[in-house]
Structure formats: C-alpha cells, structure tokens
Write a protein that binds this ligand. Structure first.
Ligand code: G6Q
Length: 537
C-alpha cells in the first residue's frame, strides 16, 4: 500500500477507534439513516460498524487514492486488466442488457456473440423444458446432471438452490464435481439413463475431475442404452475449448461457448448457467441477468459513499488491515441461500488470496480474508458463541429477505427476528450493570457480560427472486474487485490452483505404476507406499 493510501487508512483507523458502536449511536440520532444505502433491490444498513462520518470520508479517499473510478472503467471497457494471463475481465458484458451496447475486446465487439449464445441457450432450455428435446429412445428428459468443478460448479449449485421456487419441479437437477467416485455413483443411482441430460461444464475441457467424471458418465450411458449414438442426445458441453469438446466426442453442435475473458468463478452468467436456465426458464434467467446488470450500473456510476460494493469493500479493508481481523463471515438468513457462503468463499479467496502485488513485489498488507459462513439460524446454535464472546474480531454480513416463498405460521417472523436480534446483540452487547439489573448472580456476571462493538452489515431485500439474486452476486463480485484494486493485487488469476493440479498427475502415476518412482519427499513416498499396499499393488 503506497504512502498516500496508508495515510487514508490511518486516518480512518484514528477516527474509527475513538468511539464504540454504542457510543456512535448515542452521539448521532440519524445514524441508522445516514449509514444506509440502497441499490438494485438491496438495502444495506452499515450503521452497526465502527465508523463515523470522518472514518467513512477517509475510506472513500482511500478508494480515490487507488484510482478506483478509472480501474472500474478499465474493467467494464474490456482492457486486459488480468495482466498475468493477458486477458480482459468482462463478466459484466455477459449481463449487459442494453440492446445497443458495444463492448470491444481486441478491436472486436463481443456483444453479438454474447447475445447469440444466450439465444441458443434459450432455445435449448425451452426444448428440454417442453419435451421437444428427447433422449435417444424418445423419452422426455427428467434429470439434468451438471458435471463441473470449482467455478463450473459452485455458481450453478448455489443459484439452482437459491431459485428453487422458480424451477420446473418435474425436472430434477444434480451436480457432480468431486473426482471421488462416490459423488458420481450416488448421483447415477438416482437417475434413469434414457431420461438424463449431462451438461459437461468446463472452461478448459481438460480439468482432471470433470473429464474423468464425464468419461465415466458417458461409459455408463452407452452401456445402459447400448448405443454409442445415444451420446448425441444426452451430452452437451459448455466450454471455451471447441477442439477439446470435439475430441471428447461431443458434437460441437451441442456445445455452448463462452470466452477466455470470463473467469471461472465469475462464469455463472455465461453458458455455465445453462442448468439454471433449464431450471427456471429463459424469462426468469433474463431477470437474473437484469439483476446483475442493475448492480453493475450502480457500481459503475454511483458515488463511492453511496456505492454498496465500495462501502462493503472499504469496511472489510478497515477491519482486515486496520484491526487485523483475519476472517469474515457471511450469514444468509434464507435456506435457499444455503450454498451462498461456499460460492462467495471461492469468489473471494481465489480472487484475493494473493501475496504478490501488481508490480510483482511481496505485498505489505493483509489481502483476502478467510471467508466462511452458514445459513442462520443454524449458526446461532454452533459458532456464534465465538463471534459474540471469543477473542477474534469477526465482521459479519447478515443477509435477509423480508418475504418468504414458503409462509408457514410465524416461522418467517421468527427467522427475521433472530437476524435483527443478532446484529443488535453483536453491536451493543450487555454490560455488567445490565446483567446485575437482571438479577444475574455476581459470580456469573463476568460470564454473562458481552463486550459488544462487533461490526455487522445487514443486507435486506424484499424477496429472493432471480433479479435480487443476480444483484447480490454482482454486489459481492464488485466488492472483491474493489478490494483487489485498493490492496493492489491481481484478482482475476489463480496461479495457486495450478501447482496442486500438476503435482497430482505425478503422484497418480506413482500410485498406478508397476514400481513407484520414489522421487517424492519421505512423507509422500510413505503415504504412496501405504496406499499401494492397502489396494494390493
Ligand atoms: C475459477 C477457477 C477454478 C475453475 C475450475 C474448473 O475461477 O479457475 O475453480 O473454475 O478449476 O475449471 P474448468 O472450468 O476449466 O474445468
């Protein structure tokens, strides 16, 4: 972080550490309103943070000192900001709903291709949903199995669950990611070959897990249906790699493309979202994209002190770099968002888990936080104890939807009451005096006292819909982008993922070869030997 940025972060810290959250509320009756903002169907209350107006101003100056405005434009206009891979970063083009929009990469407008793939996906989704697309034996498709991993899995899994109320219930969806054969085997037990569509989702079409599972699924299908030609009606591919798709044996007429300027963990709004589109239909999918687009426009145009992604990003940096908070917790109070923390975990930790700055030097600040979370209220009965009374500072985002898709008695009121109460308890705690006034015996007072002053953001929408889900995803994508810019790291490569992939290949040959090479360290050699003995090699 350069001197100018460090100066603004210091100024924010100085202002921030003067008063507790409780004192800040006492000092400013308009605080709740003042520290709230709204965009694309989401209301953000960030008043329960350790910031006053001075601290927020300093944080905004930190964003300005990072040239955030210019960097946002560079991303949206297709500059090759992913420098280590020499690629543009244009997931925003995938959901650009302006029919007149042009987005140039290498002197070529990418929007006609984006629209053409979307239209093809729409036709295909319609055909599967209506029964127009039939399996090899003429039966309707009733099961859809997406085979992919990482960015080609987590988004589809999360969004298919999140938008269950909009899904065609006569179709069942499965997601196979792990190279553990149990994942595929347990899935295949639940589907019927003649009624199953496999979507092989892989940007590169070379990923070991996905290609192994895809080959096994293909062998299973051909064996059950007794005809190699069945593959044409039961396998489609989503990829950037036409040659690899053809080499695998999928007709490229059944391929939905995307492009190298879409990062894996940002690829849900590309053809990687095909399973989602089949589930919810093309119209709902269009609303999902529109939600992303609304948040994109907000991020690109709103002033920083009203800009939801920027506010969340700056507060996160205050806690990680000012207060030394190492983790950050995402707590959706909506069962449909149960997989959202896992999705966010990849988005954030793979993007900003870096220790080299953009000039190639070691960073001098804390980069991406350790991200975790679970849906409320379950977490309240497990790890919230540590958030309330532990020794770590853990900033939390609470996410809630005012209306439920499944009203049953007063359950939803209770759910939301818990959300609001948790943010209140974390911010205001409970003093020793309050405990005594409640009649808590003196020897228990230290244990029943809550320090409070634990920061939270609350994000509220009216209802979880395709549009609000799209906006929520884009909100976090841009938060992570902003943090990358301020922390001066590249958010769109993932070299750390590559090393394990390469090493696994070498180990595999030692597990299966007649004689292992013995070229690993003593521990790895020992594990290989033990494994070989156990399986009789
Ligand atoms: C995402 C990562 C990674 C990737 C998977 C799958 O940003 O690069 O999670 O999505 O490794 O890669 P393929 O889609 O190429 O199979």
């Amino acid at each position: 972080m350069n001197d100018e940025k460090a100066k603004w972060l210091d100024a924010a810290m100085t202002a921030s550490s003067k008063k507790t959250i409780k004192e800040l509320f006492a000092a400013d009756p308009r605080r709740a309103k003042r520290f709230s903002a709204e965009a694309a169907g989401w209301f953000l209350d960030y008043s329960k943070n350790r910031v006053d107006r001075k601290a927020m101003k300093a944080l905004v100056r930190l964003a300005e000192a990072s040239n955030l405005r210019e960097e946002i434009e560079r991303m949206f206009t297709g500059e090759k900001i992913n420098r280590t891979e020499n690629r543009a970063v244009l997931h925003t083009a995938l959901r650009n709903c302006d029919p007149a929009a042009k987005v140039m990469v290498d002197g070529r407008d990418v929007m006609p291709d984006v629209r053409a793939v979307l239209a093809r996906m729409g036709d295909f989704a319609d055909a599967v949903r209506s029964g127009g697309w039939r399996g090899h034996t003429g039966r309707r498709i009733r099961f859809v199995v997406n085979i992919g991993i990482g960015g080609s899995d987590l988004g589809p899994v999360m969004a298919n669950l999140a938008l269950t109320p909009y899904a065609k219930r006569s179709l069942r969806f499965f997601f196979v990611s792990n190279v553990d054969s149990t994942h595929l085997a347990e899935t295949l037990r639940q589907v019927k070959p003649a009624e199953t569509l496999f979507i092989i989702a892989s940007k590169t079409f070379t990923t070991q897990e996905t290609m192994s599972n895809a080959a096994a699924a293909r062998a299973w299908l051909v064996e059950r249906l007794g005809d190699e030609a069945a593959v044409a009606k039961h396998f489609v591919a989503v990829s950037t790699a036409e040659k690899e798709v053809a080499a695998f044996g999928i007709d490229t007429a059944n391929m939905f493309v995307f492009w190298d300027w879409v990062g894996g963990r940002y690829s849900l709004p590309s053809a990687i979202g095909l399973s989602l589109m089949i589930a919810i239909g093309r119209n709902n999918y269009a609303k999902f994209l529109k939600g992303c687009w609304k948040m994109d426009r907000h991020f690109r145009t709103a002033r920083f002190d009203r800009n939801l992604p920027v506010i969340l990003a700056l507060l996160g940096i205050l806690y990680s770099n000012g207060y030394g908070a190492e983790t950050y917790c995402c707590l959706p109070y909506d069962q449909y968002l149960a997989r959202f923390p896992a999705y966010l975990q990849q988005m954030d930790m793979e993007s900003n888990g870096k220790s080299t700055d953009r000039s190639g030097k070691p960073v001098d600040c804390a980069t991406g936080p350790i991200e975790w979370g679970e849906p409320g209220t379950n977490g309240q009965h497990s790890f919230y104890q540590l958030i309330h009374q532990g020794t770590h500072l853990i900033p939390c985002d609470f996410i809630g939807c005012c209306r439920t898709h499944n009203p049953i008695g007063d359950l939803h009121d209770k759910l939301m009451a818990n959300l609001f109460a948790q943010t209140e308890a974390l911010a205001f705690g409970k003093t020793a005096e309050e405990c005594r006034a409640e009649g808590v015996p003196e020897d228990l007072v230290p244990f029943r006292t809550f320090e409070g002053n634990r920061p939270t953001n609350t994000l509220l929408c009216k209802e979880l819909t395709p549009e609000t889900l799209g906006a929520l995803i884009a909100l976090y994508e841009h938060k992570i982008f902003t943090q990358g810019i301020v922390l001066d790291i590249f958010s769109f490569d993932q070299w750390g993922v590559q090393l394990g992939k390469v090493l696994a290949k070498g180990v595999l040959s030692d597990l299966t070869a007649a004689t292992p090479s013995g070229r690993h360290d003593a521990s790895t050699n020992q594990l290989i030997a033990r494994y070989r003995a156990a399986v009789g090699r």
